[in-house]
Design a protein around this ligand. Structure first.
Ligand code: GZL
Length: 351
């Protein structure tokens, strides 16, 4: 139940018990104090996309470790298994349970207006995390925190342009394994690639969703290799697709890496992704930081204190590569460093 209601009931009870207490001196304020401790707990309903990738696992862990009972929260965690209808059901359940806040990591951008209107009518603030939503009325959510996915794609493509020029690659023939179609991460990373391909005359020989999973990434890569023998770059929209693509490429008797047949690019910079970057199996990995727990908590704490919060908050992110052929990239007149990956860096990173 929402704390505000408990607090109001508590106040009424305390007034009543004080009145009774005065009359018969028997008022027992302990039960109120025990209620007051539970009323301090903030209940959060979190609708998570699923468990499709290492990135998602790290994101869920960040939310669970931040919104722990020890930290004063009750977290109701729902895994939607990458289905929007499950997220909509979860949000309705959170409304029924009268949570204090709803946090939504939306699987795709559209289709949220109706259920978020129900949350608004129930006076429950909604915080969007990670991917963005496309709604007719942006008062349907209080705040969003996540990545600039188009920027991620632009940075990765500026790296590829500089790398291809440095290595004298005449033709750039790209197999494009997209993320979940309609997810902001897919939309932005695809936008970045398609614009660069047009500008630099690259050839996107194949384009298909790998649903951000290793299994689908491998299946799609197998199919693309059967249909095209000129692929020399694979642009995977997350690490797990890259893992699957690498397996498929090697199973087809081809090689990956700086001296191989195919360069594999990726996003997320998970521990496993950067380990593959250290070996060159992934040649460049663009960060997408999943550690949103503390960022969402900062928003909630401000709201609890009656302070204003930014409607949108973008996360700063880095780039890592197998070598230092390309030391930095420029996007919209701003320079972004590209760091040659080392085991020490991997060991120090939080995910
Ligand atoms: C990006 C996130 C994407 C990751 C994938 O913010 O939405 O979804 O890049 C994850 O690994 O599945």
């Amino acid at each position: 139940m929402k704390r505000k209601v408990i607090t109001a009931l508590l106040a009424a009870t305390m007034v009543a018990s004080l009145a009774v207490g005065c009359g018969n001196k028997g008022g027992d304020s302990k039960s109120d104090s025990s209620k007051s401790s539970s009323s301090d707990e903030i209940t959060i309903g979190f609708s998570q996309v699923g468990a499709e990738s290492d990135w998602r696992t790290a994101n869920s862990e960040s939310m669970k470790s931040t919104f722990s009972e020890k930290n004063g929260y009750k977290l109701i965690f729902d895994d939607a298994q990458q289905k929007q209808e499950n997220q909509i059901t979860a949000i309705r359940n959170f409304i029924q349970q009268d949570v204090d806040y709803i946090v939504l990591a939306p699987v795709t951008e559209t289709g949220w207006d109706t259920v978020l209107k129900e949350a608004k009518d129930a006076d429950i603030p909604v915080i969007i995390v990670d991917r963005m939503i496309d709604v007719s009325d942006d008062s349907l959510y209080t705040a969003w925190v996540g990545s600039n996915f188009k920027m991620e794609g632009q940075k990765a493509c500026e790296w590829l342009k500089a790398y291809a020029d440095a290595k004298g690659m005449k033709d750039v023939n790209i197999a494009h394994i997209q993320g979940t179609i309609g997810a902001s991460a897919q939309i932005g990373r695809t936008e970045g690639l398609e614009a660069a391909a047009k500008e630099y005359g690259w050839n996107i020989v194949a384009q298909q969703t790998g649903e951000f999973t290793q299994a689908k990434g491998q299946e799609v890569m197998e199919s693309m290799l059967k249909q095209h023998d000129n692929i020399n770059v694979v642009y995977c929209e997350n690490d797990n697709e890259a893992f699957g693509a690498i397996d498929a490429i090697e199973a087809a008797g081809k090689t990956v890496g700086p001296d191989g047949d195919i360069l594999v690019m990726s996003f997320d910079t998970t521990n496993a992704g950067l380990t593959d970057t250290l070996s060159g199996k992934i040649i460049c990995d663009t960060e997408c930081n999943p550690l949103h727990g503390p960022r969402v908590e900062e928003i909630i704490k401000k709201l609890e204190d009656g302070k204003d919060v930014d409607k949108k908050a973008y996360v700063e992110e880095e780039m890592f590569a197998y070598d230092d052929t390309v030391k930095s990239v420029k996007v919209d007149d701003k320079d972004y460093a590209v760091t040659k990956i080392t085991q020490e860096i991997i060991d120090k990173r939080a995910y």
